[in-house]
Design a binder for this molecule. Sequence first.
Ligand SMILES: [Fe+2]
Ligand SMILES: [Fe+2]
Length: 382
Amino acid sequence: MLRKLERKNSVLNTERKAPNPSSIKASQFGRRSFIKRIGWGGTALLPAAGLLASRAVTRANASHGHAGLPRGDAALLRFLAAIEILETDLWQQYNELALGNEAFQTALAVLDGDMPSYVNQNTRDEFSHQDFLNAYLMSKGQRPVSLEAFRTLPSSQATGANKSAKRLTNLTNLTVDTSWYTRYRSTGNPDFGDSFPQIVNLVDLPGIPSTDLAVNSDAIQLIANTAGFHFATVEQGGSSLYDSFLPKANGPEVIKIIAAIGGTEIQHFEVWQDKAGNAPPVPLATGTLFPDLPHSPDQLPNGIDPADPIDTNQIMPRPCKFISPHLPLCSVIRPTSTQQAGAKATILFFTAMGLFQGQSNQFFDFVSALAEEADEAGRNFD
Ligand SMILES: [Fe+2]
Ligand SMILES: [Fe+2]
């Protein structure tokens, strides 16, 4: 047990111990600290004039042709459509390589033999989310959301990738916030101001190979491990986003849509949270350490669960503070506040992970305007 605890501490303390100066960035890019550091209104990514112009356009659009859909509900669904388009784009990139690149597929399979199929299923689901939300908007007289004007980023040139396709998202230089691992194993809740350490520092790393790499090499295993954690990071963000929108929706049908698609995001997160815990250690030979994760001791038939809260098999949400610290701890999705999990927080979160590196100011203007409208929505919005 002592050895086990020591090993766990070495994992949790990688931030303090790691000689790599880039590890400092991991803590800086924690979701809360990033938001606090730059603030929404102060972000240099968003020229004020462009943002205001985009908001005016969005508002003008919102005030026309939304028969049967309150303005707030339309704003929520338009933002979700944009997020689903972005999710679809990143999952499509992962899917091409998970199904068509031997080295990437083999490395993903170390986490679970079904990983390539799981990636394919998640990708299918995201396509269905973007298609459904846009079709629903159109059925209510709304224009669908399109990000096609921003599809400008290059593809991986590795076998399996659609090399000439243009992308919306960048998976080549990710800073993956892995604090969901410790957050969901804690009794704390970001909505109460609690913060959580990274379980592993993944800074400026690719989630996909840009070129062909050797099968079973450390380099491809580090990429697959990064991807495995990135899958969970993205999907827990989606889970929190949908839950943050739920209390803002007006119409029963829109509430049903947000609850039902949001439930699927939670299912995605749960699968990926389990698989990420299987990521194997990768030695320093590649220049970056991926540590051994804290595994539970073998279970014995002695009536005792020997697992520690931090262990990789603790995949169900540990009861935490919810609504009031005076109420009993409750196993829930967290965070769900607008500040921590809403639309603007989600754009900041995706930006901080490097997903939009190479995107234009016009892209940030467009998605930020959608985010602002969505965060303003509420039951008395319209
Ligand atoms: Fe989705
Ligand atoms: Fe998703």
